[in-house]
Every structure is written in structure tokens, then in C-alpha cells.
Design a binder for this molecule. Structure first.
Ligand SMILES: [Zn+2]
Length: 459
């Protein structure tokens, strides 16, 4: 056995060491850089409401090196875009990939364990995310740290995953998935670090540090009541001021940020006071709170509203449109949220609050229709360019807020420009004119992530 291992180490060294030496000594024996030149495309760069017409994009390895009207690159593989529209790869800023079962957030209450949910997550991340053009996702509550690592190491096919790891929730909060009569927070979700049940400053500090130690890129805290949980009416406050401040203190120490689950004025304002940067949901907030967010932005504080359009406007539109796995009480809460969502979007747009889009669509009922969150943004009053910006350019900016914990720190994400990762899509048509075409998979001609082509129907 030992002899076998040492033999394999020798074989390994034979292949690896000469390459390493060549790299270190700067010898020019390496093959020419791996370049792809995509010509004749009209580009949505992730921000501008206007397409840049008749452009070419030169990709080298995993990133973009040049964008312009006339680029020549000898030896590059040339792909004629034939007038198609290029956009950055889409970024879902609110996913829960460890809940991809028929039961959604009730996953671990019924028949599933972590292995089963992980396998379903892996398949969804390939088929329902990457192969539909979602090249990055921010997983915001759930222990997807190992899955994120597996994708990063090319052991799984899927989008780049930024993860909060387990969510920090107070006892009885939106992340407490235990049974009603549990004496201690020792349910399965806690055991597998889907959530950390924290009460008090010391608990928060320990859980946040532990989570980051295990690979979390930012921290999610439950700051108010939720729809899909059992013990917490929507109106309640979750984390105390002291608990939120403790979470922010730790993330500041690590150079990353806190995102909160919250719906109403009291929880949003407590978060704003504490230094939280990413505000999820918020469908019951008043105009005063929205104005405060806009003002804080102008004063230099970088905060963002994270809009889960489909799950509020469409899915929570009325009692019968809600997922089957919701109980009667959960559906009642959903109706309340659905009513507020359109109003919140109107106010955020009116006051120019920096916004990202995140589907919050998980579980078998929703996993294959995630992009409908983008078209929903248009139904809620945004332009197609704004809807795409929420899912590309703006999203990429927020991913970078992970600072030293950013798992993909070398280049920009969510934009088409030199020194951005080569994550891009080609559409047969112009989604800025007809946003619904992004739902038609036959119109998605090319998917590239990290310089690798996963779909190309133009050959
Ligand atoms: Zn969520």
C-alpha cells in the first residue's frame, strides 16, 4: 500500500514539477495563451441602458482582456456572434441551494438528510443555474460552504457560489427549524450548520467567527419575522440591536458584511443603525425608511436593497399561488408580504436606492423558473436594463463586498470589460427590448463561465 502511494507521488511530481519550474524561471516554453475572440456582438455591459453596437471581445484564459470595435488576435479561436446581444452571466443574489427538495425550507423535517439535499443542490446548480445562464449566485442561509468549494475547484459544474454558510437566528427566529417542544436548539438543521441559534452578543460572535472559519464569505442574520417559518409572526423583531452590532463588528474585522432578513420599518432601521449593508425583502417598509436608505447612500454608506420579486409579487400574490409545502399560517403571512412588495419596489425606484435582484426561489416547485425573477422586476416597474443591472452589474459590486473573504478576488464579476471574469451570455435577440426572451432557452446561444464554454448552439 505504502509503495503504491509513493509510486503515485512520483508520477505526480513527474508531471507537476517541470511546469512549476518553467513558470518560476520565466522560460518561454509555455504554449501561446488560450484566447477566444467573440466578434460582431452588441454588448450590455451590466450597467449602461444602451447597447454598445458591433463590438468584439477578446478572452484570455478565464478573463476578458479587450473590448472594442476592431480587435485582431492571431491564433485566437474566433466565434462570430452574428449580431447577437452579449450580456454578463446572470447573478442570483438570493439563493438557498441546500433546500432544493420538494419540501423547500421544511427539507430536513421530513425525509431528507444533508447528503440528499446536497445531491439535489448539485444537479440544480448545473441544470437550473449554470445551464440557464446564471453564472454566479449568492447563497444566503444554508451550509453550502462545501458545495461552493467543490465548484471553485472544478469538482462540480455550477455557478460561482458566494455563501453565507449557516444563518444566525435567535431562538424561535426565521432560522430556527426545530420542533416546537425541543428543549435545546439541537435539531438536524443546527447539527449540520444550516443555522446557528444565537441569543446574545457572545453567541453571535462565536457563531460568526465559526462560520467564517468554515468558509462563509459574509454573514446573514435573521432580523425579523418570516413567511416560511413557524414561530415568528412577520411583525416581530429578530436579532436585538446588540446582536446585530456584534455581527457587524465581526464582519468589519474580517472586511466583509452583514445581510439581514427583514420586512418592516423597525427591523430595517435597527439594521441601518447597526451598520448592516445588505437588506433583503423589505416589502413592508414605509417611504420614510426608504428615504433614509437613499440618504445614507448619498452620505457614502454603501447599502443595498435586495429585491426578491417573484416570490413576493407573483408567488405571494394570493393565497392559492403559494407553494404547496406552505402551511395555512405560512400562506396567510405570504399574502401580507405580497401586497407590500409592489409598493416597496415603487418607493425604492423613486428614491434611487441601490438595488440587486435575488430570486429566493428554491425547492422543486421553483428551481427551474428562477429567471422569472428578472422578468418580474419589469412587471414591478423597472426597465429591462434596470432589471438586468440588478442581476449583473450591481450584483457584481455587492459580491465584492466580501473583501478579503472574496473567493474570486482577481477580477470583476457581472460586467463586460477588460479585467472582468469571462462570464458571459449571447442572446439571439435583444433582451433590453423584449425581456421575456431570457426565459426562452432556445434564444440563449452561448454560455461562458470562467472562460469555459458550457453551451454553444452557433457551431
Ligand atoms: Zn431567503
Amino acid at each position: 500500500m505504502l509503495r503504491n502511494i509513493s509510486m503515485w507521488i512520483c508520477v505526480f511530481m513527474l508531471f507537476i514539477v517541470p511546469a512549476a519550474i518553467a513558470q518560476e524561471s520565466g522560460e518561454s516554453q509555455e504554449p501561446a495563451p488560450n484566447q477566444v475572440l467573440i466578434t460582431n456582438v452588441n454588448i450590455f455591459d451590466g450597467f449602461s441602458p444602451k447597447l454598445a453596437m458591433n463590438q468584439s471581445v477578446l478572452i484570455e484564459g478565464n478573463h476578458i482582456v479587450e473590448v472594442g470595435p476592431d480587435i485582431s488576435a492571431e491564433g485566437a479561436r474566433v466565434i462570430d456572434g452574428a449580431g447577437r446581444t452579449m450580456t454578463p452571466g446572470l447573478i442570483d443574489m438570493h439563493s438557498h441551494v441546500t433546500f432544493m427538495t420538494p419540501e423547500g425550507t421544511n427539507t430536513f423535517t421530513y425525509e431528507w438528510d444533508f447528503g440528499g439535499s446536497g445531491a439535489l443542490a448539485a444537479q440544480a446548480l448545473r441544470d437550473d443555474y449554470l445551464m440557464k445562464g446564471i453564472t454566479s449566485a449568492r447563497d444566503i442561509a444554508g451550509n453550502s460552504r462545501g458545495i461552493a468549494t467543490a465548484i471553485q475547484r472544478n469538482l462540480l459544474i455550477g455557478p460561482r457560489l458566494y455563501t453565507s454558510g449557516g444563518v444566525l437566528s435567535h431562538t424561535g427566529g426565521h432560522g430556527d427549524w426545530g420542533a416546537k417542544n425541543d428543549a435545546e436548539p439541537n435539531d438536524y438543521g443546527v447539527l449540520i450548520q444550516q443555522s446557528y441559534i444565537v441569543d446574545g452578543r457572545e453567541d453571535v460572535i462565536r457563531a460568526a467567527r465559526r462560520n467564517i472559519r468554515g468558509g462563509a464569505d459574509f454573514i446573514k442574520v435573521m432580523a425579523g419575522g418570516g413567511v416560511s417559518s413557524f414561530f415568528d409572526p412577520i411583525e416581530i423583531l429578530g436579532a436585538t440591536k446588540e446582536e446585530l452590532e456584534a455581527a457587524v463588528e465581526i464582519t468589519n474585522d474580517y472586511g466583509t458584511y452583514v445581510a439581514i432578513h427583514a420586512y418592516h420599518d423597525k427591523s430595517y432601521n435597527r439594521g441601518l443603525d447597526a451598520g448592516v449593508r445588505s437588506f433583503e425583502h423589505g416589502f413592508l417598509v414605509s417611504e420614510d425608511t426608504v428615504k433614509r436608505m437613499a440618504k445614507m447612500q448619498k452620505n457614502g454608506a454603501e447599502i443595498v436593497w435586495s429585491f426578491q420579486c417573484f416570490m413576493s409579487v407573483n408567488s405571494f400574490g394570493d393565497y392559492d399561488s403559494m407553494p404547496d409545502f406552505f402551511t395555512h399560517e405560512q400562506k396567510i403571512k405570504g399574502v401580507k408580504v405580497g401586497k407590500g412588495a409592489r409598493n416597496a419596489a415603487k418607493l425604492m425606484k423613486k428614491h434611487g436606492v441601490f438595488t440587486i435582484g435575488g430570486a429566493d426561489m428554491f425547492g422543486i416547485p421553483f428551481k427551474d423558473m428562477i429567471k422569472e425573477d428578472i422578468t418580474c422586476n419589469v412587471e414591478a416597474g423597472y426597465t429591462p436594463a434596470e432589471a438586468l443591472k440588478h442581476w449583473t452589474g450591481n450584483a457584481g459590486i455587492v459580491l465584492k463586498w466580501s473583501g478579503p473573504l472574496d473567493p474570486y478576488p482577481t477580477y470583476a464579476i457581472g460586467t463586460i470589460k477588460p479585467d472582468a471574469y469571462a462570464d458571459m451570455l449571447l442572446w439571439d435577440g435583444n433582451p433590453l427590448e423584449d425581456i421575456n426572451l431570457i426565459l426562452d432557452e432556445s434564444k440563449l446561444s452561448l454560455i461562458m463561465k470562467d472562460g469555459v464554454i458550457y453551451k454553444n448552439t452557433m457551431q
